[in-house]
Design a protein around this ligand. Structure first.
Ligand code: HAM
Length: 429
C-alpha cells in the first residue's frame, strides 16, 4: 500500500472543520489590522533561503527539501515565508510604490526534521510581515496580533517571551565577549555546542542539554552590550506592550534560529503542547533586504505553527469532540420514480444556501430516514406518494416530528421555516 510520506498528514472532517475555524479567526483578526493576503510559490530558488535565513542555521544546513530540477535549477520547498515575502516585495518593487507593505499568509511549509507531536515535515504556518518601517509600534503589533488570535481561540496556557538582538554591530561586539567566556569552558560543552562555537555561537543558547544550559545560564547577556539606540527601541516596545496589557517576560537567551533578525525577537510558548512548546516566533529583520541585494527595508513579522495551535486547543479541551456537525435538510425520496424530482429539489435548496443531502444509493425510505438522523438533519423533505401527485411535499421537523405540507413550488415557504429554525438555534447557542 502507498502511504503518505512520513511527517505529512491528510486532513478531513471532523479535523478539517477545526482548521477552518482557526483560519477564519486568523483572517478576521489580521484583516482588522488591515493586512492583506499574499500567496507565493511553494518552491523558490535555493539561494533565496541560504542567503536569507543563513548558511549556518539548522534550517538551511540540515532541514531543507532542496533538489535539482530537470532544468538544472537548484530549488527548495519553502521552509518559511519571510524570505519569500521579501523576495516578492523586491521583485515587484512594491516598496517603491507604497511606503508600507502589510501582508499575511496561511501556507504549508517544509522542513526535514524528525517528526514528533507538533513537529512535521509538511506543516502549516499563518503569519504576517510588514515592510517599510522601523516603528516599535509595529514590533509590538506583531506580538499583539497573534496574542489576540490565541486569546480569541480560547487558549490560556501561553506566555510571551521577548528579547532584543540589537544591530549586527552590537552583536559582533558581544560575540567576542561570549567567545572569551566560553573558551575556558569549551571542553565542558556538548559536541553540538562545540560545533556552534565555530559556526553560530549565539545558538548555543538554544541547547536543551543540561551541561550547556548550566554554562549558558552564567554567560554574559547580549542585552548588556546593546547600543543606547537599540535599548531605546526595546524599551519602547516593552512600554507599548505594557500599555496594551500584554503580559510578557524578557528572555535574554531567546536568539531564534534564523540569521536575519535584528532588534526585537519574540516567541509565544505554551505548556499545552509538550516538548515542541513554541506556538509562534518572530522579530524584526531590518537587514534581510540587503542580504538579498536590495537597499535596506526595515521589516518585522511573525509566523505561527498551526498544528501546534490546534494541538494546544485540543489539549485545553476547546473542541467539543462529541458534537457532530448537523445539516439543516435531507430530501427523502419516497419511491424510485421521483429520484429526479428529489434531486432537483435538493438542488434548489443548495442554490439558496441551505446545506442539503439527498440519497444516491437507492436506499429504502427507512434507510434514508436513518441516514437523515445520522447526519443530524433538522428537517426532512418527503417527496413522493399521493401528496406528490397532488403537487405537495411534506417538511418534517425531526426533533418534534411535526410536519407541514407545502405546494411543490413553494420553496420560499420551506426556506422561511428552515431559516427561522436555524436562527432560533443560533440564539439558543
Ligand atoms: P520559526 O520559529 O522557524 O520562524 O517558525 C515559526 C513557527 O512555526 C514555530 O514557532 C512553530 O510553531 C512552527 N514550526 C516550525 N517548524 C515546524 C515543524 N517542523 N512542524 C510544525 N511546526 C513548526 C519562522 O518561520 C520565521 N519565518 C518567523 C518570522 C516571520 N520572523 C519574522 N517574520
Amino acid at each position: 500500500m502507498i502511504k503518505a510520506i512520513k511527517g505529512t498528514k491528510d486532513t478531513f472532517s471532523p479535523e478539517i472543520e477545526k482548521w477552518h475555524f482557526l483560519e477564519d479567526n486568523v483572517r478576521i483578526i489580521l484583516e482588522n489590522f488591515n493586512y492583506t493576503e499574499i500567496r507565493t510559490p511553494i518552491f523558490e530558488e535555493t539561494s533565496l533561503f541560504s542567503r536569507g535565513i543563513g548558511e549556518n542555521t539548522d534550517i538551511v544546513g540540515k532541514e531543507m527539501y532542496s533538489f535539482i530540477d530537470k532544468s538544472e535549477n537548484n530549488v527548495t520547498l519553502k521552509p518559511e515565508m519571510t524570505a519569500s515575502v521579501m523576495r516578492s516585495v523586491i521583485e515587484h518593487s512594491l516598496h517603491r510604490n507604497k511606503p508600507l507593505n502589510k501582508f499575511y499568509y496561511i501556507s504549508p511549509m517544509f522542513r526535514q526534521e524528525r517528526p514528533q507531536a507538533g513537529r512535521l515535515r509538511q506543516f502549516h504556518q499563518f503569519g504576517a510581515e510588514v515592510l517599510g518601517s522601523n516603528s516599535p509600534y509595529l514590533d509590538a503589533e506583531m506580538i499583539i496580533m497573534p496574542y489576540m488570535i490565541l486569546s480569541n481561540l480560547g487558549l490560556e496556557n501561553f506566555k510571551v517571551k521577548i528579547n532584543s538582538l540589537g544591530t549586527p554591530q552590537s552583536r559582533e561586539k558581544y560575540k567576542i565577549i561570549l567567545k572569551e567566556y566560553l573558551t575556558d569552558k569549551f571542553e565542558e560543552l556538548s559536541e553540538e555546542s562545540k560545533r556552534r562555537f565555530e559556526t553560530n555561537i549565539l545558538r548555543i543558547f538554544d541547547s536543551k542539554l543540561e551541561q550547556d544550559i548550566q554554562i549558558m545560564n552564567n554567560a554574559p547577556k547580549l542585552l548588556d552590550y546593546l547600543s543606547e539606540e537599540d535599548l531605546n527601541h526595546f524599551e519602547t516596545v516593552k512600554n507599548i506592550l505594557e500599555n496594551t496589557q500584554i503580559d510578557f517576560e524578557i528572555d535574554t537567551k531567546l536568539v531564534r534560529g534564523l540569521d536575519y533578525y535584528t532588534h526585537t525577537t519574540f516567541e509565544i510558548v505554551s505548556e499545552s503542547v509538550g516538548a515542541q512548546s513554541a506556538l509562534l516566533g518572530g522579530g524584526r529583520y531590518n537587514l534581510l533586504s540587503k542580504q538579498l541585494g536590495e537597499d535596506e527595508i526595515p521589516a518585522v513579522g511573525f509566523a505561527a505553527g498551526m498544528e501546534r495551535i490546534l494541538l494546544a486547543m485540543t489539549n485545553e479541551k476547546l473542541f467539543n469532540e462529541e458534537e457532530q456537525p448537523k445539516i439543516p435538510l435531507y430530501v427523502v425520496r419516497l419511491s424510485e420514480d421521483v429520484t429526479a424530482q428529489a434531486f432537483n429539489l435538493a438542488l434548489l435548496f443548495r442554490m439558496d444556501g441551505i446545506i442539503t443531502e439527498v440519497d444516491y444509493l437507492n436506499r429504502s425510505v427507512k434507510a434514508q430516514m436513518r441516514e437523515a438522523n445520522r447526519l443530524g438533519a433538522k428537517f426532512t423533505l418527503l417527496v413522493g406518494g399521493e401528496e406528490f401527485q397532488n403537487e405537495k411535499i411534506i417538511l418534517k421537523k425531526m426533533e418534534t416530528g411535526e410536519s407541514e405540507e407545502f405546494s411543490i413550488d413553494d420553496t420560499d415557504g420551506i426556506l422561511n421555516l428552515i431559516s427561522k429554525s436555524e436562527y432560533e438555534d443560533e440564539i439558543e447557542e
